[in-house]
Design a protein around this ligand. Structure first.
Ligand code: PA5
Length: 441
C-alpha cells in the first residue's frame, strides 16, 4: 500500500501530460543539482543515505532523555520545530498531554513564539517537573529559541545543577558555526549536526525531527522507510510519480488563477501537518511576487467557520484533501430508545463512516461550487505513511518551485522583519538602521 493522488476533479490528464517535459526539467535540476539553490538539496537523498548508526545514536539519546525526564521541551522555530510537532501530534493519543504513558515524557515546545505569558506559564509548569531540553537551531542565532533556551537552561541549572543539566540538554545545530554550537561545545552538551545542505523546512527527516519523534516513543526507522519508498517512487517525470503529478496540477491551477491552496484534513491529528505544510510551501514558493498562498483547514470543524467562504467566496482557491482511509480505533454510534436527537438513522454506523460522508458530501459541494479538488489518500496514520507523506510533499515542493521559476530553497524575505526588529531592539551593529527606523515612527 502507498499514498495515492487523485487529480481528476482539478485538472485534465492531458494538461498534466503536456507539462511533464517541464516537470522533467525541474526533476533534473533537483537530481543533478543544476538549479538555483542547488547547495540545499541534501534532503533529496536523506532517506537513502541516513546511516543505521545515526538512527541508533538518536534512539539511544532518546532513551537516555526518557529515562531522566518526565517532560522534554523542544526549543526551536519554523523548520526547527514544525516537522517534529506535526509527526508527534499525528501519532500521539489526542489526550497525551493529560495522560502520560509510562516512561514516555510529555513533549512540549518553546522558542516558536515570543509570548511572555507562554514562557512564564511554561516555567511555572516545569517547576516541579524532571525536565530536559532539546534545543534546535541550524543558524544557532535565531532570537526566539535563543531567548527561550536562555530562560529554560537557567531554570534547569538552578534546579538540578550544571552537571545534571548538561546531561539533560541536547543541541541540534550547525557542525561548526553559530552561538549554539559554541555554547554546546563549551558546556559539553550532546549534539547532533544539521547539515549545511539541509534547509530548516526540509529537515524533519534529519536529527531535527527524528530526535523529538524518537523521544516521544515513535518508530523513526519506519518513518525513514516510508520516506525511502517515496524517494524511490518520485524519480521520473511520469504519471506514476505522485510528486510530479501534484506539482504539475498545482502549477496548472495557479496559471488558471487559483492563487490559494487549502490543505484540508478530516482528522484533528493532522492539524499540525497542515502547519508544517504551510511553512514548506509558503517559504519555498512565495517570492518574486509569485506563489500560491498556502492555507489549511481542519474539517469538519472548519466547515462551520470557513465552509461558507470556500463554498461561495471568491473563486481563486483550490483544495488538497488529506483523506485517511482507516482510523486506528473503532467506535460505533449507539441506538437510543427515545431517539430524541433523531440520530437512530445512523445508529450502528462507525463515526468514521459519518466522517467519510461529510468528506464526500463536502467534496461534491465544493467541486459543484467551482473549487478544484485534489485528493491525497493515506492508508492510515502511522510512522511509515507519515514518512511517505513528508517526502512526497518535499519532493513536490522542489519541483513546484522550479516550475514556478523561483528558488525554492532560500527565504530572503524572512530577513526583513529581523532587520527591523534588531534595529528597534538597538542590537549592537544595527546603529544606522536604528536611527533610520526610529525616524519613521
Ligand atoms: O526553513 C527555514 O529555513 C526556517 O524556517 C528556519 O527553520 C527557521 O527560521 C529557524 O532557523 P534556525 O534553525 O536557524 O533557528
Amino acid at each position: 500500500m502507498t499514498i495515492k493522488i487523485n487529480t481528476a476533479h482539478a485538472v485534465s490528464n492531458n494538461a498534466i501530460s503536456d507539462l511533464m517535459p517541464q516537470v522533467g526539467d525541474a526533476l533534473l535540476k533537483i537530481h543533478q543539482a543544476t538549479g538555483e539553490g542547488h547547495d540545499f538539496l541534501g534532503w533529496v537523498d536523506l532517506p537513502s543515505r541516513t546511516h543505521e548508526e545515526l538512527l541508533d545514536n538518536i534512539n539511544t539519546t532518546a532513551r537516555d532523555l526518557r529515562h531522566e525526564c518526565d517532560v522534554v521541551v523542544c526549543v526551536g522555530i519554523g523548520g526547527s520545530y514544525l516537522g517534529a510537532k506535526a509527526v508527534i501530534e499525528a501519532l500521539n493519543n489526542s489526550f497525551a498531554a493529560y495522560t502520560r504513558k509510562d516512561k514516555i515524557p510529555t513533549i512540549l515546545f518553546a522558542g516558536h513564539n515570543i509570548g511572555e505569558d507562554y514562557l512564564f506559564e511554561l516555567t511555572e509548569f516545569l517547576k516541579d517537573k524532571k525536565f530536559g531540553i532539546i534545543v534546535i537551531s541550524k543558524s544557532g542565532t535565531t532570537t526566539e529559541p535563543a531567548i527561550a533556551f536562555r530562560i529554560l537552561k537557567e531554570q534547569l541549572e538552578a534546579s538540578v545543577g550544571k552537571q545534571v543539566a548538561a546531561r539533560r540538554i541536547v543541541a541540534i545545530t550547525d557542525a561548526k558555526r553559530g552561538a549554539l554550537r559554541q555554547l554546546a561545545d563549551q558546556e559539553g552538551y550532546k549534539t547532533f549536526v544539521i547539515e549545511d545542505s539541509v534547509g530548516g523546512r526540509f529537515s524533519v527527516l534529519s536529527p531535527v525531527g527524528l530526535l523529538p519523534i524518537a523521544v516521544a516513543g515513535y518508530d523513526i526507522r519506519a518513518l525513514m522507510e516510508g520516506a525511502l519508498s517515496m524517494q524511490r517512487d518520485t524519480v521520473n517525470a511520469n504519471a506514476t510519480n505522485i510528486a510530479a503529478v501534484y506539482a504539475a496540477a498545482r502549477n496548472i491551477l495557479y496559471r488558471e488563477g487559483k492563487k490559494i491552496e487549502i490543505l484540508v484534513n478530516y482528522n484533528p491529528k493532522l492539524h499540525f501537518f497542515g502547519e508544517w505544510w504551510k511553512q514548506l510551501y509558503g517559504e519555498s514558493e512565495g517570492k518574486d511576487h509569485k506563489g500560491i498562498f498556502p492555507a489549511a483547514v481542519d474539517n469538519s470543524t472548519d466547515l462551520h467557520s470557513m465552509g461558507q467562504w470556500i463554498q461561495d467566496g471568491e473563486r481563486t482557491i483550490f483544495e488538497t484533501v488529506l483523506s485517511v482511509d482507516a482510523p486506528e480505533h473503532s467506535l460505533v454510534i449507539p441506538s437510543d430508545d427515545q431517539n430524541l436527537d433523531g440520530l437512530n438513522y445512523i445508529a450502528g454506523k462507525h463515526i468514521d463512516f459519518v466522517n467519510k460522508m461529510a468528506e464526500l458530501g463536502t467534496r461534491i459541494a465544493h467541486i459543484d461550487g467551482g473549487v478544484p479538488n485534489i485528493t491525497i489518500s493515506i492508508p492510515r496514520i502511522d510512522a511509515f505513511y507519515l514518512g511517505q507523506l513528508i517526502y512526497f510533499f518535499e519532493k513536490a515542493c522542489g519541483i513546484s518551485g522550479y516550475l514556478l521559476g523561483v528558488n525554492p530553497f532560500n527565504q530572503p524575505g524572512v530577513e526583513d522583519y529581523k532587520r527591523n526588529m534588531f534595529a528597534l531592539l538597538e542590537k549592537p551593529g544595527y546603529e544606522e538602521q536604528t536611527e533610520k527606523i526610529k525616524s519613521r515612527l
